[in-house]
Design a protein around this ligand. Sequence first.
Ligand code: SF4
Length: 282
Amino acid sequence: MKKITLADSAGFCFGVKRAVDTALKMKEKYKSEIYTLGPLIHNNDVVDFLKENLIFPIELDNIDSLKENDTIIIRSHGVSEKALNVLKKHKLNIIDATCPYVENIHKKVKKYYDLGYSIIIVGDKDHPEVIGINGWCNDSALILKSGDPIFNIPNKVCVVSQTTERQSTWEEVLSVLIKTSKEIVAFNTICSATEVRQKSAEEISTKVDAMVVIGGFNSSNTTKLYEICKKNCENTVHVENLSGIPDEFIKDGNLKNIGVTAGASTPDWIIKEAIIKINSGK
Ligand code: SF4
């Protein structure tokens, strides 16, 4: 039998759980097909489960195919002001499941943009949450990652972070900004759920023989967990579900202590199935 250590806060965070629960409740309430603007979460197993329950993802470009009063759910990542207005214009029944922590970033960005600050977002420019945040300052934000060459930084900046950003990246970008800008308003908007999950992954991965990180390959917070663990433990794998766990993790007697963590969009049932498989010995 292996010793398995499950990281604190592995799996669904508050915002993602709230979005999934909301979608299922709305399905129950309206008893007809409902839609999510983009896949509700970055996890294919969950998206397939939702489709089986007649909850379908739809992209903004295809919104014309919906009828007036069709129900559409905004996912926890949130959307830009423009996207919200498109949904309103189509007179859809909008259920906003934007995580309150993300909504708080939208409000800050809008407020400081209106006050004349240039907005800087520390995060991934292609991530839907960052695209949504940028949409509250007229898509004018400078989006930075650590190591990015930073030129022409305005003197008066308001800096926020993607909620799943690494603390070290936030600190690195800030350390550059304090040298380039005169007036800096900085809100560390990294979500505490992310911080706790990353710290726990960091700790566990220094103590185990192998580490399994579970979550969608398109989930940025899972990828960050993988990077953290891989730094400390060479035998780290990123899998979407139990089918990706390598045989040697299960059968190799030298790999006695296995750590497990999971991204914010990974449901409990996928984590449990993975643990059972590692313990099964086959
Ligand atoms: S990681 Fe934090 S901010 Fe992002 S959805 Fe989850 S609870 Fe909300």
